[in-house]
Write a protein that binds this ligand. Structure first.
Ligand SMILES: C[S@@+](CC[C@H](N)C(=O)[O-])C[C@H]1O[C@@H](n2cnc3c(N)ncnc32)[C@H](O)[C@@H]1O
Length: 314
């Protein structure tokens, strides 16, 4: 079995459940529509992951005990390869050498599925794919290509310009795990700590510098009368007024500006309630029928995700 790496937590089970349900819907719904169906995983990982699972009540010599056992669970790439009905083409992009090698081994386990692995940087790979795939018309007999893309980075790696390219295809449904905690951390509470690097990272992911005026307001509590003398950019007396909810709402607004439909996100949290990611679903097709169906299914899946207890994957 192809190797797995360690990442994530309970929220990982939830996002993969959501993805698995949507992929099953997608290939079933479009099976007889003459499209070629693609799955594109731009941050594909190794195909699986290793988790520690608690095995309880083992009958040991001196009574019941619990111990941790390391188990392999499927990741997004394996889930896509096992989707039924199958995709006509699966494209897996990964930058890390070892994980890329594991993905290649994984694909060899599914000789009947057309799967392609690509080692490289996700943004560049997506842009190249978006521009080179014949989305609208492949041949006289085929209606074109439709795809589901999964954007599952660790951090703030997806550039807004890349999302524009995805939206322009009008043929891709996107699941995007947006790093809410990453942006929250970069957007330092005090304007004094908003370094050029932090500003650039947030602007890259949101595609505009306007977030700054939306997130920050005058800090009326400042009593440093001389601070403004050093404050060339005018941000020293600014304080972040946007909380996590306001930042998430702003992200949705940005996605709404380029995609015809964007779902209300599913907030993924740590066990202690700390918000980590917002799982967004966006449709790039402008076709009202396509939007209607995708929206209905995705909303149902996201609603059941938000109300469900997270159970470990089997
Ligand atoms: C959270 S993991 C993906 C997990 C995977 N979706 C799964 O369910 O098994 C993120 C992966 O993206 C890769 N990665 C991070 N930044 C990247 C980039 N800019 N381009 C390509 N791969 C990247 C990492 O090496 C890592 O394997």
């Amino acid at each position: 079995m192809a190797g797995g790496h360690r990442f994530g937590g309970d929220w990982t089970d939830l996002k993969l459940d959501v993805l698995q349900k949507y992929l099953g819907f997608f290939t079933s719904a479009l099976r007889n529509k003459n499209f070629d169906l693609y799955y594109i995983d731009a941050f594909a990982g190794s195909g699986g992951r290793l988790i520690d699972r608690l095995v309880e009540n083992q009958p040991f010599l001196f009574g019941a005990e619990a111990r941790l056992e390391q188990v392999y669970v499927p990741g997004s790439a394996r889930i896509a390869l096992e989707t039924s009905p199958p995709f006509q083409q699966i494209i897996l992009v990964e930058r890390h050498e070892g994980r890329f090698a594991a993905l290649t081994d994984l694909c060899a386990e599914y000789p009947d599925i057309r799967a392609r692995t690509q080692r490289g940087e996700a943004n560049a790979a997506i842009i190249e794919l978006c521009r080179s795939t014949p989305w609208l018309k492949t041949s006289r007999n085929r209606a074109g290509v439709r795809a589901v893309m999964f954007l599952d980075p660790y951090g703030m790696s997806v550039e807004f310009e890349t999302l524009r390219e995805i939206a322009a295809t009008q043929a891709i449904d996107v699941w995007y795990l947006f790093p809410l905690s990453g942006v929250y951390r970069q957007a330092a509470r005090s304007g004094r700590n908003l370094t050029p690097d932090k500003r650039a990272a947030i602007t890259r992911i949101l595609g505009t510098p306007e977030w700054e005026s939306a997130f920050y307001g005058q800090d009326n509590r400042s009593n440093d009368l001389f601070a403004s003398l050093d404050d060339v950019g005018g941000s020293m007396d600014m304080r972040r007024t946007a909380d996590v909810q306001a930042i998430e709402t702003y992200v949705k607004k940005r996605l709404d500006s380029i995609f015809p439909h964007v779902s209300n996100p599913l907030r993924l949290k740590r066990k202690d309630g700390t918000p980590l990611f917002s799982l967004f679903f966006a449709v790039s097709s402008p076709n009202p029928k396509a939007i209607g169906l995708a929206r209905k299914v995705a909303t149902h899946i996201l609603d059941s995700g938000s109300s469900s207890q997270v159970r470990p994957r089997k």
